[in-house]
Design a protein. Structure first.
Length: 381
């Protein structure tokens, strides 16, 4: 009985201590914020005075000026008469254009190699471990250059490109393929299907997730694969015209990012799978489940609580590592920012735009993965 009374009396005391700690910490936090703001203001004021003394223009007014340079590829409509703001938007879109497919492929590679590393087959384990160890210890920039040089050297020239059914052409000039011509309703339908799939994956209860994903996939297939017409590439004397095309720079960047991030993802998956207690495997075996069923229904769902946090860092690092695209001439946000900096001389503003883009992408990524992480955590009953 005395222990119970003592425990009951300790609870208010703990709350009082916590309240007192918060009361002491608030002024300190306010002081830190004020000092940080003052320091940032001093830096901005000092930089503005130095720029003015050297007659160097400052501010973001240049974003409305015509950029005057070309961008070789991208989603955002752009020409040399477009503003710097549109150029930065095209660069940000190109960053996502390379990073998102790389993240998806890296996740598939990581899942495959991670599961292979815990396989019962010794040869498969050895091969998976060797691939992971090899690619993890080669710098990403070296892998990117190897892929770029290999694609340029070993693929045929444009006039003798590999062709499949007359709708796909592969050469050292890139990959050209037939693309649907989407009018207004088709574009709207594709956007709606994509949003429905995203919302379903994040907020729909688990027992309805498959139905939501299937409905969104069917909707996307209807709008995407039944377009009004197709733009088919045509091989001519001066090269390939028409259709959609992907450059060698994009291919090499996505391939290097996918493999480099994929082997790190494999280690994350392996660690998550090994974190599940051995008793779960034995219980599944006692229920006569196959190894595939055990992984899919028992082990992988439980391992997500360990996998998701480091996987979030991997996704964010892949987004930032895409900045190496400048080494092969792919027009991402860093390449666009560097070109704009050289033309305008406004280094602080251009670097600030680049930093803001990466900061925004990482905050969005962290928020999305935070939702996924909360859903992946085990809930005790």
């Amino acid at each position: 009985m005395p222990s119970i009374v003592g425990t009951a009396g300790a609870v208010p005391a703990f709350k009082r201590q916590r309240t007192a700690y918060r009361a002491r910490s608030v002024p300190l936090q306010v002081l830190v914020v004020v000092l940080t703001v003052l320091f940032a203001g001093w830096i901005i004021h000092n930089a503005a005075n130095n720029l003015a003394a050297r007659h160097i223009a400052s501010g973001f007014g240049f974003l409305t000026d015509a950029a005057g340079f070309a961008i070789s590829e991208g989603f955002v409509p752009y020409d040399a008469q477009s503003s710097y703001l549109v150029a930065f938007a095209a660069g940000a879109a190109n960053t996502l254009r390379a990073a998102v497919p790389a993240i998806i492929v890296a996740s598939l590679i990581g899942l495959t190699l991670g599961v292979a590393q815990i396989s019962r087959h010794a040869l498969l384990r050895l091969i998976a471990k060797s691939v992971v160890d090899l690619l993890r210890n080669i710098p990403l920039l070296v892998q990117l250059l190897v892929w770029y040089i290999a694609l340029l050297e070993f693929l045929p020239r444009v006039d003798s490109a590999y062709s499949w059914a007359g709708v796909i052409y592969l050469s050292n000039g890139g990959l050209a393929f037939a693309a649907p011509v989407l009018d207004g309703p088709h574009r709207i339908g594709l956007v709606v299907a994509t949003i429905a799939l995203f919302v379903g994956a994040l907020f729909v209860p688990r027992h309805r997730l498959k139905a939501s994903a299937a409905a969104a996939a069917v909707s996307a297939a209807i709008w995407l694969f039944i377009p009004s017409q197709w733009d088919v590439p045509q091989a001519g004397f001066f090269g390939i015209s028409g259709g959609a095309s992907i450059s060698v720079e994009w291919l090499s960047l996505v391939a290097a990012l996918s493999l480099y991030s994929g082997v790190y993802c494999a280690e994350i998956v392996r660690a998550g799978l090994m974190a599940v207690r051995r008793g779960q495997w034995e219980a599944a075996h006692a229920l006569n489940l196959t190894r595939g069923q055990t992984l899919r229904k028992i082990i992988i769902p439980q391992s997500l609580r360990v996998i998701v946090p480091p996987y979030t860092s991997l996704v964010m690092n892949t987004l930032k590592n895409s900045s190496l695209a400048v080494a092969v001439g792919y027009p991402d946000i860093v390449s666009i920012g560097t070109t704009s900096l050289n033309q305008t001389g406004q280094a602080i503003e251009c670097i600030a735009v680049i930093a803001a883009v990466y900061l925004s992408l990482n905050i969005i990524t962290a928020s999305i993965m935070g939702v996924i992480n909360r859903r992946a955590q085990l809930r005790e009953r």
